[in-house]
Design a protein around this ligand. Structure first.
Ligand code: FAD
Length: 235
């Protein structure tokens, strides 16, 4: 049955990640969890192994494999250290995928090589204090003024936010006093007007960095819009 789903490449990846996870990630897991420390050492090694950009095209520095390969790697990491698995998963599928899937060529060239290689970490902010399961209730606003959006709002439970150099977030767009729906934006984490809470104290995955992000009169260019603005929520 396994032959139906897994190629030789998948099996080789699984063996490689399993060995890495057992030998290099597992010995650190308990201490990182007890201390609530981010798995910097494992992220560095995963970057060297090409695990921080598994599904992205090689021309952008990715490993050029598929989503199943990503899942296989996350499973092997998650077996020994959920924090490390969650860090890699959130970086790839939340903090990088929106750019790979919906970014302009310019955005892909700007962000993907450093994210796919693990040189930079990505995070994604959709959840808000009043918009979790009900993401349609997003209250963060991006108001167009001249050639910039001015963003105000708050995001909750953002994985990797304190370690990330690239932040993707969602907000209701407003232009000329009219709501244009929810869209996604991509920014550098050092953008003025953005700040973070200390990490949440969680019951598990304590090595995974989880924080609130705050936007206060943050000015960002129109080029920060990610994907088709009118389809932001659906994308
Ligand atoms: C460790 C961790 C990491 C996270 N990382 C990220 C991240 O990187 N980026 C990000 O944007 N978010 C992140 N989240 C947020 C996560 O996506 C939200 O917690 C999730 O969407 C649920 O939202 P909520 O916590 O507000 O719960 P709520 O939406 O308030 O739901 C609470 C409970 O009510 C139930 N419920 C809600 N609505 C209904 C309904 N209509 N009918 C029946 N039951 C309902 C839910 O199933 C749930 O059991 C993270 C959360 C955690 C815990």
């Amino acid at each position: 049955m396994e032959q139906l789903y897994f190629t030789e490449e998948h099996k080789m990846l699984r063996d490689m990640v399993r060995e890495f996870a057992q030998n290099e990630v597992k010995p650190l897991a308990q201490e990182l969890d007890e201390k609530g420390e981010f798995p910097h050492e494992s992220v560095k090694k995963m970057s060297e192994l090409g695990l921080m950009g598994i599904p992205w095209e090689e021309k952008y520095g990715g490993t050029g494999m598929d989503t199943l390969a990503l899942v296989i790697a996350i499973e092997e990491l998650g077996k020994v250290c959920p924090s490390t698995g969650a860090t890699m998963m959130a970086h790839t599928s939340l903090g990088t995928a929106p750019i790979a899937m919906f970014g302009t060529e310019e955005q892909k060239e700007k962000y993907l090589p450093a994210l796919a290689s693990g040189e930079k970490i990505g995070a994604f902010g959709l959840t808000e204090p009043n918009a979790g399961s009900d993401a349609g209730n997003t209250q963060t606003r991006a108001v167009l003024k001249d050639d910039e959006y001015i963003v105000n709002g708050e995001k909750a439970f953002c994985t990797n936010a304190g370690e990330a150099s690239v932040i993707i977030f969602t907000a209701v767009m407003e232009e000329n006093g009219e709501e244009k729906g929810i869209s996604a934006f991509v920014i550098d984490a050092d953008t003025e007007g953005m700040s973070l809470n200390p990490p949440e104290k969680k019951m598990g995955w304590c090595g995974s960095d989880t924080r609130s992000i705050f936007f206060k009169d943050m000015h960002i260019p129109k080029s920060a819009v990610l994907g088709n603005p009118s389809k932001g929520f659906k994308q």
